[in-house]
Design a protein around this ligand. Structure first.
Ligand SMILES: *[C@@H]1O[C@H](CO)[C@@H](O)[C@H](O)[C@H]1NC(C)=O
Ligand SMILES: *[C@@H]1O[C@H](CO)[C@@H](O)[C@H](O)[C@H]1NC(C)=O
Ligand SMILES: [Zn+2]
Length: 280
């Protein structure tokens, strides 16, 4: 367990020290600090009424087509993939799309529920997808600990996961997910291709300012969520639902409820708006 702490580093620097979870005794209503007092919290519901068509420059995903080694870990709250910092010059990063900086991919993790129709954190028109993937990126020009406490220091890409009969997204991770149901277990995955976690259409996205969806719920997080989902199979959902917490109980659900917008505007960039701008 000693060298396991290293895999918490990303969260350890920013997360609250208290034990939190998703059960009645430690779940979202009991979370403290910014989770309780924050006014720009995530996740949110996306609806046309609060959306503003926007045209950004193209959002670019670099080295997402490079395969590399990741460690997949059950950290008691989620299944998390780490190790991109060992990819050297091939560490995936993003820029453009209205982002002010270049951001390195540092980890991805998943949210799901024991119920197929409530598994995503964000919702569209009040409806959930079956699961949601978060690709966490950190400003490339700052040390990790500084970036994590700087507004706009972290940007998260949210990808909805719809229930499908086939999924190219998690196929390469399925065997690993099957082996890490016990808290603290970790499996190395070779030849992992980040591109498989992106939807076909990455030119249309929602953009808003929010927070981490887990304690300490730090604000100043730039969110990009694609309306276009990737897919997850029923078998893959079953494997996720086997995950156990530190206490050994079934994690079951790791979804934070929808948070109030409090006047925030969600920007929506899409090819459709681009074509309007181009032709008129
Ligand atoms: C995965 O974890 C092991 C330690 O268990 C470590 O030696 C290795 O560097 C890690 N791989 C990546 C890609 O982070
Ligand atoms: C799943 O969630 C939906 C929506 O909240 C609800 O209507 C349904 O009864 C739930 N299904 C189960 C099996 O709990
Ligand atoms: Zn998340």
């Amino acid at each position: 367990m000693a060298n396991f702490t290293a895999y918490f580093t990303f969260f350890a620097l920013i997360a609250s020290a208290y034990a939190w979870g998703y059960l009645p005794n430690d779940g979202p209503p009991t979370w403290t600090g910014e989770c309780k007092t924050g006014k720009l919290q995530s996740p949110i519901n996306f609806e046309r009424r609060t959306m503003e068509p926007t045209r950004y420059d193209k959002l670019i995903f670099m080295h997402y087509l490079n395969a590399g080694i990741v460690n997949l870990t059950n950290n008691g709250h989620t299944v998390i993939g780490t190790g991109f910092d060992t990819w050297g010059p091939y560490q995936p990063y993003i820029f453009g799309g209205g982002l002010k900086y270049k951001y390195n991919l540092v980890q991805f993790h998943l949210h799901w529920s024991s119920n197929d129709s409530t598994g995503s954190e964000h919702t569209v028109g009040g409806l959930h997808y079956s699961a949601e993937l978060h690709l966490v990126h950190v400003r490339a020009d700052l040390p990790l600990d500084v970036a994590q406490t700087t507004p706009d220091g972290i940007t998260v890409i949210g990808v909805f996961m719809a229930l499908g009969v086939q999924s190219s997204a998690l196929t390469g991770l399925e065997g690993a997910i099957d082996k890490i149901s016990t808290f603290g277990t970790k499996v190395q995955v070779n030849h992992f291709l980040p591109q498989t976690l992106l939807p076909v259409n990455i030119d249309s996205f929602y953009r808003y300012e929010g927070s981490l969806t887990t304690p300490g719920c730090n604000e100043g997080i730039v969110w990009t969520v694609f309306p276009d989902p990737i897919f997850i199979t029923l078998r893959q959902l079953f494997l996720l639902r086997k995950m156990r917490t530190r206490a050994g109980t079934l994690l079951g659900t790791n979804v934070r409820p929808i948070q109030p917008l409090n006047g925030r505007v969600v920007r929506h960039d899409s090819l459709f708006f681009r074509s309007i701008v181009t032709f008129y």
